[in-house]
Design a binder for this molecule. Structure first.
Ligand SMILES: C[S@@+](CC[C@H](N)C(=O)[O-])C[C@H]1O[C@@H](n2cnc3c(N)ncnc32)[C@H](O)[C@@H]1O
Ligand code: SF4
Length: 376
């Protein structure tokens, strides 16, 4: 493990190239022909209930489940400086309620669940929740997105409890910048978790990096260098607006610019073939063990292939990350609603899902929740 820590933390001076052109022409054509999208494989024969199909024919087979609104970090791009109002505990979904709803989704055709938050690992019953979710018949992927602060020590148990895929968030390789952005210490713990995840065999270990101008845009190529000899998929994420995160278009580094930065330094960068529901544009560099991806929600959205629904810690269902509309599943559940009634509520919300989000400037003006309540 030490071997990796020293390799990850001991970086040469950051690559100095900075391209300040905004919204450059998409350079994808320079990376080989644009891949044809694969036809939607109907999740290997799994029946998908009408409840999960929206008015545009999109099949929602991926549920993002927020386990908590709490977090052990205070990332500036996620959480307002003054903190967030926390839902009182009795109003949060219990373990059994999570299981009941998850089972309803999985028996209707969901085959992937991602645990998120807040920070999902702060939830005390996380191991039990993972064990129970992973035994749901029909669920193929149980993923988690975590900030990695306490992951290293929980990892063997989480793996044993059925976590199949891991995303660890890390926005900088410089400890002082980490403290500035997250308003907390702990950079070394995140590095330790990434190394531990590699050691226990996750492949790839996905590393989520929100790129912001003037903060970490000078580290893009350093992050790419992590993929030389490690099974890491570095995912550069465009900075998105949420309530209280002081989003500003000047801080957004568009996909085209990130791509240009990487391609200049790594000329063998090639686009990989992406699944139609893929949120990321994936790339490989000759000779690198890992891969590089871009999550381009702002400048090149992927709403047409969206297959995601979000169940928040308070039991609200959100059909679009950027749409303000939510419907409570907790309230009918607690009033004794049966599965059919719940299915109808979910189906109605899914059918109302819009074709695409409103665009970053409108999103920035629309009241939504802070990201920490939604979970990404
Ligand atoms: C809200 S966090 C929750 C899970 C966990 N606490 C973590 O940080 O990985 C999920 C993901 O959303 C990303 N995220 C948060 N705020 C964002 C923003 N304004 N724009 C883009 N990504 C954001 C985080 O970097 C993280 O990768
Ligand atoms: S991004 Fe994750 S770690 Fe950072 S404040 Fe939000 S929930 Fe916490």
């Amino acid at each position: 493990m030490k071997r990796y820590i020293s390799r990850i933390t001991n970086w040469p001076t950051p690559f100095p190239f900075r391209n300040l052109n905004f919204f450059m022409v998409d350079k994808e054509r320079n990376f080989g022909s644009k891949p044809t999208k694969e036809p939607i494989n109907n999740e290997e024969g799994n029946q998908i209930s009408d409840m999960l199909i929206d008015g545009f024919g999109r099949k929602h087979t991926y549920l993002r489940l927020s386990l908590t609104e709490r977090c052990n970090l205070r990332c500036q791009y996620c959480m307002p400086a003054e903190g967030v109002d926390l839902t009182p505990s009795p109003k949060l979904l219990t373990h059994n309620e999570i299981l009941r709803l998850a089972n309803l989704f999985v028996t209707s055709g969901v085959d992937k669940i991602r645990l998120t938050g807040g920070e999902p690992t702060v939830r005390k019953d996380i191991h039990d929740i993972c064990s129970d979710l992973s035994s749901l018949k029909g669920l193929k992927t149980l993923a988690i997105t975590t900030n990695g602060i306490t992951l290293a020590k929980k990892l063997p148990m989480l793996k044993q409890c059925g976590i199949t895929n891991l995303n660890i968030s890390l926005d900088t390789l410089v400890p002082s910048k980490f403290e500035f952005m997250t308003r907390r210490k702990g950079h070394h713990k995140v590095i330790e978790s990434i190394n531990a995840a590699i050691d226990v065999g996750y492949n790839p270990v996905k590393v989520n990096c929100v790129v912001m101008r003037g903060f970490n845009d000078d580290e893009i190529c350093d992050f790419v260098n992590l993929t030389v000899d490690k099974p890491i998929n570095v995912r550069f994420i465009e900075f998105m607006p949420f309530d209280g995160n002081v989003w500003n278009v000047k801080k957004l580094i568009p996909y085209s610019e990130m791509l240009d930065t990487v391609a200049k330094k790594f000329p063998t960068l090639k686009r990989l073939c992406d699944h139609p529901t893929e949120t990321a544009k994936n790339f490989q560099i000759d000779g690198h063990v890992g891969t590089v991806s871009f999550v381009t929600s702002m400048t090149k959205h992927f709403c047409a292939g969206c297959n995601r629904l979000r169940l928040l810690a308070d039991g609200n269902l959100k059909v679009c990350l950027f749409g303000p509309s939510e419907v409570s599943l907790r309230d009918p559940l607690r009033s004794g609603a049966g599965d059919e009634e719940l299915r109808e509520i979910i189906g109605t919300a899914v059918k109302r899902k819009k074709a695409s989000h409103a665009g970053m400037f409108d999103i920035a003006k629309t009241a939504n929740r802070p990201m920490i309540h939604i979970g990404g």
